[in-house]
Design a protein around this ligand. Structure first.
Ligand code: UDP
Length: 247
């Protein structure tokens, strides 16, 4: 696969943010649901250890590199991804392109009230954007069919599924044949960022691949989770080349 790099069994698309947005715009013109996930190093490690989850990721129509760890891994493996294409940034670019068109987005996820604030902020930021509906991300398994019906009834062709990883990827995969939208994107805490209830790292940190450091300073409780990053680096270094880059 020419345009993908195999990182520990996960085929990541070598795309930047505008190219990812372009692909999503094309998905609107095609049949069926297109699944878009943006794995970071933690998610790729989880997929490395769990074949079923790896298959869920590889079943996506678009997988982009969220995080500097994944970008470095692609360089180590000799198929460099130019830059990080985080879910939040791709979402912004897509919203910019669909505002004022007949495309509409459903906001699914976050704590109660967050999607409502995100809706208000998004309407200000993207005049003419159609927000078909919204729903918080806390539900019982028996409510899931109703949620799918609720999303389908709005006629949204884009769904932001913001339940955190791997919950959002597993949810999208489970309902891929029932959702009538054209695109479902698993984009973690993005609704919190749109709503302003969570802040993104300042540009300096993002630009220099230091977002992980910023998040660690803000939330020292993430320290345990962050050990995943060096572990991922070492695994790519020692095991990464065993994965073939051609089909
Ligand atoms: N979340 C949710 N339902 C759940 C668990 C989490 O809607 O059952 C939301 C949570 O409120 C937050 C997001 O999922 O908005 C996860 O954000 P986080 O930044 O932790 O995810 P990441 O992008 O790091 O995977």
């Amino acid at each position: 696969m020419k345009d993908k790099v195999n990182i520990l069994g996960v085929w990541v698309d070598m795309v930047n943010i505008p190219r990812a947005a372009e692909k999503i715009m094309q998905f609107f013109n095609e049949e069926g649901l297109h699944k878009v996930y943006t794995p970071n190093s933690e998610i790729i490690m989880a997929a490395y250890k769990n074949n079923e989850f790896r298959d869920v990721l590889n079943n996506a129509e678009l997988l982009t590199a969220d995080g500097i760890g994944v970008v470095y891994a692609s360089k180590i493996l000799g198929k460099p991804i130019a830059e990080r294409a985080a879910g939040y940034d791709i979402a912004c670019e897509v919203l910019e392109r669909i505002k004022g068109t007949s495309h509409s987005v459903f906001l699914f996820g976050g704590k109660p009230g967050v999607a409502e604030i995100a809706e208000e902020k998004l309407k200000e930021r993207y005049p003419g954007l159609v927000i078909a509906g919204k729903r918080n991300g806390y539900f019982k398994p028996e409510d899931e069919e109703d949620i799918v019906n609720e999303i389908n009834t709005t006629g949204a062709d884009l769904v932001f599924v913001c339940l955190g990883a791997p919950k959002q990827e597993l949810w999208i995969d489970k309902y891929k044949d029932k959702l009538t939208a054209k695109v479902a994107m698993g984009i973690g805490g993005s609704l919190d960022v749109f709503a302003g209830t969570a802040l993104r790292a300042p540009e300096f940190y993002c630009k220099h691949g230091l977002e992980w450091f910023y998040r660690l300073m803000k939330q020292p409780s993430r320290a345990g989770r962050m050990l995943a990053l060096p572990k991922f680096g070492l695994t790519v270094l020692f095991k990464g080349r065993k994965f073939k880059q051609e089909d």
